[in-house]
Design a protein around this ligand. Sequence first.
Ligand code: GDG
Length: 729
Amino acid sequence: MTVAVKDGEVSVRESVGGLATAMKTLLAATDGGRALGFDGVLWVGWPGLAGDALDPKISEALRSQGLEPVPLGRDEVEKFYEGFCNSTLWPLFHGFTTYTVYRDDFWDSYVSVNKKFADVLASVAKPDDYVWVHDYHFMLLPLYLRGQMPDLGVGFFLHIPFPPPEILQLMPSSWRNEILDGLLASDLVGFHTHEYSYNFVRSVVRFLGYGVELDVVKSRHGYTKVGVFPIGVDYERFHNSGADPQVAKEIEEVRRLLKGLKVVFSIDRLDYTKGVINRVYAWERFLKSRPEWRRKASFVLVVVPSRAGVPQYEAMKRQIDMEVGRINGELGELDWVPIIYLYRFLPTPTLLAMYNLADVALITPLKDGMNLVSKEYVASRRDCRGVLILSETAGAAKELTEAIIVNPNDVEGMAKAIEKALTMPEEEQCRRIQEMQRKLKAQDVVKWGVDFIQSLMGARLERAERERRLATAIPLEGEELDRMAAAYRSAPVRLLFLDYDGTLVPLYPYAYQAVPDEELLHLLAELARQGGTYVVVVSGRPKDFLDSWFGKLPVYLIAEHGFWLKEPGGGWAPTARVDLSWKLKVRKVMEEFVERVPGTYIEEKESSIAWHYRNAEPEAGERAALELADSLTAMLTGSGVVVMRGKKVVEVKPAGVSKGTAARSLVELKRPDFVLAAGDDETDETMFAALPQTAYTVKVGPGRSLAKYYLPNYKALRSVLKRLVESQH
Ligand code: GDG
């Protein structure tokens, strides 16, 4: 919304633009959010006027429409909005590195305005509300919100591209890291395309060193879900637009004016990301190299004024004016203008008319998060005609694959595309339009919003459940232990999952020192001999190690974090069939790092491979680990493996194989009446999460855990196990 005051009268005007329209449509379709389970929706935003305080009349007018204004002073508009948002983040995130301005005062203002928004939100939101934060202006807001209201559901959506780490690296590291950390305070972070979400995940791995498993980042804030939600358009509105009498009249009017001419159309905000001048040159090339098209086609080029005051915009405007003038002067005729150039905001009926009648839409941004104009054009074509030419660098190109896809810097390629579009047979136009319309109808703007909100609700529920479990662990002693022993005694079938290092034996500095003692071997043997009890030793260790110490006991063994399983007296079998062909490639990369960073080494297991750097010079080791994790993530994307950061180790292993999955498969097989699982580290958390609610899960040693109970150390666990043995006597 934009507020204007004229002669003391307050007017609230709906902002045009992708986001505002999208939210309006979403709210209309969901009965103001009620269909999604909300009591109401409040918009919090800057009303577009510079001034430290708002005229109470304006605030009142806005509040009555469900809008909560946050005023920004002139200095903030300059340093936050025009500064950090539009002169730092906008160019950098679109890859315009030389236009990017880095100024401390801009950053300071970005921080303080994000805090200001958090304060306002905290004053209007209830503790368990949901907040959906939109766009690059507010990447620190999730962090500040979480600080004030830890139970809020917070979702963030980025409407512009997220750059690859190589570009993000240009930003001072403290800003860049705070931005990533700020985003990770959300329950859900959403992007338009996989490419942007992948860039984000790579940046998180590379700059913050956090681990990522599939679509979840594990950071100091807990778990953050990363999702892809390509924004859509209000399909029916555009598809039916030609029937609107005002639009129909406009169509007729424009047709009359451009009679007999093929119409090529484009509309963009005046912005260097939109590639306007490249398009003008492509049109010139087309007319010069294919003169037969002169007088047969005109290019209607609409440029919409935006963000006054940015120096690059003014220079760009001058260049467009000049080049359009030159081309029209050179090629135009008394009765024909090659480029019909409008520099203004187009009334909506006129825009819809252009969508309905243009033979070709030439949408060729240099970089665009999504680009709604291309989708609106296709959706509007009820006549099943028209050709879309679209840049490969727009997010929309990932979905609108039936467009003629071009590179916006390839002038001749674009000229050829224009020719192809103007000569495309009608059946082919229709086939392409239909296919794209099918996708746009299925993925409309309401679906986008509902998908995001539902995903956010899911992520928040998962967090709440995890936090409940983390906060409620109780010591396994006294009555609790009595109860557990009684349950054990009365259960006909029992499964005991026991992690090895740190759980059954203390943690030793060197793995080879952790040899099981007589007492332990005796205890495990006694338990395993009890009728109906299955003992499972679960470990990250290789199978040969487990075999050499426990092979003779009547116990099950799970090795390599759930990859291998061995029944008592049986042979080893993998728990899942996975492709391990990636290992050789990974080894080659790790070998380079061993060469480069002295003191590091590779440890290879059958299902995984790890690079250890605990003996390296610490700083060099950490830096190399970030780089290695990043290169491996980039190399292995889509190949079903995960790159994990452990304590001084980078490990690659198959995704979806864990102690948890292995434990669950045994539970399904044995159908036990009693389950106990004990473990001390991260990898055991997968067991605690995967086992049934009724399981007795025990965290051994300090630290937060999903387990229901805790015990101080391996000795305490051994006494609990002894108690179980005795309960049977
Ligand atoms: C961001 C991302 C992403 C434009 N001029 C006029 C006019 N418009 C309307 C269009 C369209 C919207 O504004 C522009 O949408 P875009 O997608 O092209 O771009 P942005 O709003 O700048 O911004 C972008 C989007 O967010 C959504 O996530 O796609 O990549 O940069 O709806 O119809 N409408 C009227 N007259 C105009 O002159 N009536």
